[in-house]
Design a protein around this ligand. Structure first.
Ligand code: NCD
Ligand code: ZN
Ligand code: ZN
Ligand code: ZN
Length: 450
């Protein structure tokens, strides 16, 4: 019996080395990695023309929206954007309408997603009102919980340390991590009031209203709760040198904390606001060049665990407003992340091994996505094929995402995803979507897989 598919004439990044080999795929999984001559017969053979094969990107911070926020993005457009960007699995965030915050809302969201997604989707939930419900949420399939310290989203009062501790302990019990948006709500409120009182409505005022101190304070607060509860906390979109240092200290004492950086915080500084205005507005904001170099230094030392896009799509109407306080913060990133990172590889700032660790291996580990994030025999065939030489200029008007804006617009990049396979099926080929919705799967916490 021939296998379903063989991918040949490619180089595979295996444990830091580019190896000339091919892959055999059957029933959605990689069944063999071998020299082309040793691959089994296949129903479909695809010549990858010498391009590099990497594990599909796992983007662990994505707002797919849909439901009552479908005007910003929906499951189809969001996952088409993912496939176009070489992303094979996204971890969805709970700040939806309705908020994903209990087993009912999660199940409803998963059911809607199932028929519409092109790539795999795993779900974060906010904490439910009743902490006893945490078990049900995990059983329903949540791979993690998300807490916004900047905002009240979900059933828990984020100003109450005792409640957070109880929730974190319960999450730890169930073996799921807690992802944290670390910005202190009160500091943000104070700063914003001051800026508004002074009549400021510009992007600089927004940056001032989100000082690094807000990041540090909430990180330090959460670290105390990690100490007591032992839960794995994953800090989202770390933006400042100060915030980073607080996390590094916790890491040095052996606490179970990991952190993430976004491509925009790694590649842009707050100077970008002069060019992109509210299109570059995001929370936490773009920061100083010193903060950017601190992120890179930490990344090169292996202290950053994950690069995730924080794909946060909004409508143009929500971006094109006079006052920065009315503008919605968030940048769509699914279609730019991989090309931006491959450009860094081409420029020698990042190795392919680092890229694979940051965008596939570590996110799979943190969110316990078993048999994903690596190219091994027995793993799911979630694959991206990249052409390292292909150059293009980023143009948000051709995004599959509904959010047709980007602070990276006009930037020249080198390196492009040319084919994306999800569960063994070709989803994106040369920038086109070539499968029907439903190719992706909803992926659950492995502990509750039946
Ligand atoms: C996110 C959004 O729009 O949902 N916005 C953002 O600026 N990052 C929320 C978030 O991730 O904090
Ligand atoms: Zn956030
Ligand atoms: Zn986000
Ligand atoms: Zn863990």
């Amino acid at each position: 019996m021939p296998v379903d598919t063989v991918l040949h004439n490619t180089k595979i990044c295996i444990r830091g080395n580019l190896v000339e080999a091919g892959l055999a795929i059957d029933k959605g999984k990689i069944v063999k990695i071998a020299k082309d001559t040793n691959l089994p017969p296949a129903s479909t053979k695809i010549n990858l023309k010498g391009h590099i094969t990497l594990p599909g990107i796992i983007d662990s911070h994505v707002h797919l929206r849909d439901q009552q926020l479908a005007y910003k993005e929906d499951f189809f457009t969001g996952t088409a954007a993912a496939a176009a960007g070489g992303v094979t699995l996204v971890v969805d965030m709970p700040n939806n309408k309705p908020v994903t915050m209990d087993s009912l809302s999660l199940k409803e969201r998963m059911k809607l997603a199932e028929k519409r997604v092109l790539v795999n989707v795993a779900f974060n939930s906010a904490f439910p009102k009743k902490l006893e419900e945490i078990t049900e949420v995990v059983k329903a399939g949540a791979v993690g919980f998300k807490v916004y310290l900047s905002n009240r989203i979900g059933g828990i009062d984020v100003d109450n340390d005792d409640l957070l501790f109880a929730a974190f302990r319960e999450a730890r019990e169930k073996g799921v991590p807690v992802a944290v948006h670390a910005e202190d709500r009160k500091i943000l409120e104070e700063q914003r009031n001051e800026m508004e009182k002074a009549g400021r409505i510009d992007t600089e005022a927004y940056v001032n209203a989100h000082p690094p101190e807000a990041e540090v304070q909430s990180i330090q607060r959460i670290i105390q709760i990690v100490k007591k509860s032992g839960v794995h906390v994953h800090f989202c979109h770390i933006s400042s040198a100060l915030g980073l240092n607080a996390i590094l200290m916790a890491k040095k004492t052996g606490l179970p904390v990991t952190c993430e950086a976004t491509p925009h915080n790694l590649l842009l500084s707050s100077e970008q606001y002069r060019h992109s205005g509210t299109f570059a507005l995001t929370d936490p904001p773009l920061r100083t060049r010193e903060d950017v170099s601190a992120l890179w230094s930490a990344l090169k030392h292996g202290f950053i665990n994950v690069i995730a896009s924080d794909h946060a799509p909004h409508s143009l109407e929500e971006k094109n407003v006079n006052s920065v306080w009315e503008a919605k913060p968030g940048i769509p990133g699914l279609e730019t992340t991989l090309s931006l990172l491959l450009t860094q590889v081409n420029e020698g700032r990042l190795s392919l091994t680092e890229l694979v660790r940051l965008t596939a291996e570590e996110p799979a580990k943190i969110f316990h996505l078993s048999a994903r994030g690596c190219l091994d025999e027995g793993s799911w065939a979630d694959i991206v094929v990249v052409d390292m030489k292909r150059e293009h200029v980023i143009d948000s008007s051709v995004f599959f995402s509904k959010a047709k804006y980007s602070p990276f617009d006009g930037m020249q990049v080198k390196g492009k995803p040319v084919k994306t396979f999800v569960n063994g099926l070709l989803v994106m080929d040369e920038g086109e979507i070539v499968t029907e919705p439903g190719t992706g799967q909803t992926v659950s916490n492995r502990f509750f897989l039946t």
